[in-house]
Design a protein around this ligand. Structure first.
Ligand SMILES: [Fe+2]
Length: 220
């Protein structure tokens, strides 16, 4: 319900979405939250290596999985918690949880940000570049990205720099004690960079940025 609300609330906003691609030490590609597979995107991807893993980080990031699976039938498809039930048209090889599967454990760690009854995100960490990867748990739009009343709403929702974070309506659904334990493991990565699906990346001192973005979790 909350997930549907999150989606419909922002309909009509310009809400650009970033995809992340990691080349694993095996040479295969880990494609996180794939965007529309245009001819240009496909050329770029094919130049990087063979697509092995198609990954949904949470159940509102799934729209293009089907077209990627059609284009790369040998790639494995990974559901975020709750997604397999929502996308019965797709066959998932596995549902992601609180530890990385063997397929990418050597390169990428992960934590299931549990504690919300409505939406559970898997957060990833690419060890070699010390990059933490967030979908919607941290949104970080530039001030001025949204204009007028939309900008006012976005600031109120807590998704605009320098006070970016999870949308406030989602924060309200968390059991904080559970989520805090998961956040502690994310902070223990000591990330240098933070990349997110929506908004500006952080290149340095990522751990401090993550801590600040989750200040809402420290209270109450
Ligand atoms: Fe999103």
């Amino acid at each position: 319900m909350a997930a549907r609300f999150l989606l419909s609330f922002w309909d009509g906003f310009s809400y650009p979405t970033r995809m992340v691609v990691v080349r694993l030490s095996s040479g295969g590609l880990f494609v996180w939250s794939p965007i529309a597979l245009t001819p240009d995107v496909k050329v770029g991807i094919d130049a990087l290596g063979p697509v092995r893993h198609l990954v949904s980080p949470n159940s509102i990031h799934h729209l293009f999985l089907g077209e990627w699976k059609t284009a790369y039938p040998d790639a494995k498809l990974y559901a975020s918690p709750g997604l397999a039930k929502k996308r019965k048209d797709l066959h998932f090889d596995a549902t992601l949880g609180d530890s990385p599967p063997a397929a990418w454990a050597a390169d990428i760690d992960q934590v299931e940000m549990a504690g919300s009854a409505f939406l559970t995100e898997i957060v990833f960490f690419h060890r070699a570049s010390r990059t933490a990867i967030f979908a919607d748990l941290i949104e970080n739009f530039r001030p001025g990205w949204f204009k007028g009343w939309k900008g006012w709403l976005a600031r109120l929702d807590g998704i605009v720099m320098p006070n970016g974070g999870a949308p406030r309506e989602w924060r309200l659904t968390f059991r904080k004690k559970v989520a805090r334990a998961r956040l502690a493991r994310i902070l223990a990565w000591e990330a240098e960079q933070v990349v997110m699906a929506h908004g500006e990346m952080t290149r340095h001192d990522g751990s401090a940025f993550i801590r600040k973005s989750f200040r809402w979790l420290a209270r109450g």
